[in-house]
Write a protein that binds this ligand. Structure first.
Ligand SMILES: C[S@@+](CC[C@H](N)C(=O)[O-])C[C@H]1O[C@@H](n2cnc3c(N)ncnc32)[C@H](O)[C@@H]1O
Length: 218
């Protein structure tokens, strides 16, 4: 039995859990608006950072509204997507092209059922900011566990903008109101939540100054 994490049921029911949420948010223009017009750039940067995916196994940790997974499926030999909400996996199954071969896995990112070192790479796209610290740490530990040594983890998520960025204070208001754990990513580097030092880690911050892309070599 895989339980719905409390932060999803209590904080994010309106975005992911309620069937009406899926109907409302499964619109790429809306996700793009929420990301201040950066969805396409962030999606493409994540796909590029994953590198060559035609060999080996790729894991996407958590579903994403929009066409990220369909594009990832096109460049991967074997893609698995794990999500804790069946409603999100059902939505993904509906929107993927009929010829896409993607394994959909019902599971919790904080306690993955996959064997150790069973993937060559993993993608976490705007997941960590939704999680309280304990779940975030467990998710990162699990990603490091299931990706093989020498493999790659790509993370895209919020990052603190420069205080003079015109979106600084609007974002403080939005995140404090709707996404209570997200400001942790403004205060701390993702490396602080890893269980051990990885072989390599590179962070790039651009995308209007609001987001970061982290590439970890396991
Ligand atoms: C990746 S995040 C946010 C993505 C982005 N905001 C978007 O545009 O969709 C949303 C997904 O994470 C999933 N999720 C949240 N916590 C999870 C967990 N502990 N394990 C697996 N999936 C999780 C939710 O069910 C939801 O499908």
């Amino acid at each position: 039995m895989i339980a719905v994490p409390r932060y999803l049921a209590e904080t994010y029911w309106w975005a992911y859990v309620h069937p009406g949420a899926v109907r409302l948010f499964e619109r790429q223009w809306l996700v793009n608006l929420i990301l201040w017009g950066n969805f396409g750039r962030l999606r493409d940067a994540a796909l590029e950072a994953l590198g060559e995916c035609s060999q080996g196994r790729t894991l996407q940790v958590a579903c994403v509204y929009g066409d990220l997974t369909a594009r990832l499926a096109r460049k991967t030999a074997q893609l698995s997507v794990v999500d804790v909400l069946p409603v999100q996996l059902d939505n993904l199954a509906r929107k993927l092209p009929a010829d896409a071969s993607v394994e959909l896995v019902h599971g919790d990112s904080a306690s993955l059922g996959m064997p150790t070192a069973s993937y060559d790479r993993a993608l976490l796209f705007f997941l960590l900011h939704e999680q309280p610290e304990a779940a975030r740490r467990a998710t990162l530990a699990e990603a490091l566990r299931v990706v093989k040594p020498g493999g790659r983890i790509v993370i895209v998520d919020y990052h603190r903008p420069h205080p003079l960025n015109p979106l600084y204070w609007p974002m403080v208001g939005i995140l404090r109101t709707l996404e209570p754990f997200a400001l942790d990513l403004w205060r701390h580097g993702i490396g602080e939540w890893l269980p051990h030092e990885p072989a390599g880690m590179k962070t790039s911050r651009s995308f209007g100054g609001l987001y970061q892309l982290v590439t970890i070599t396991v």
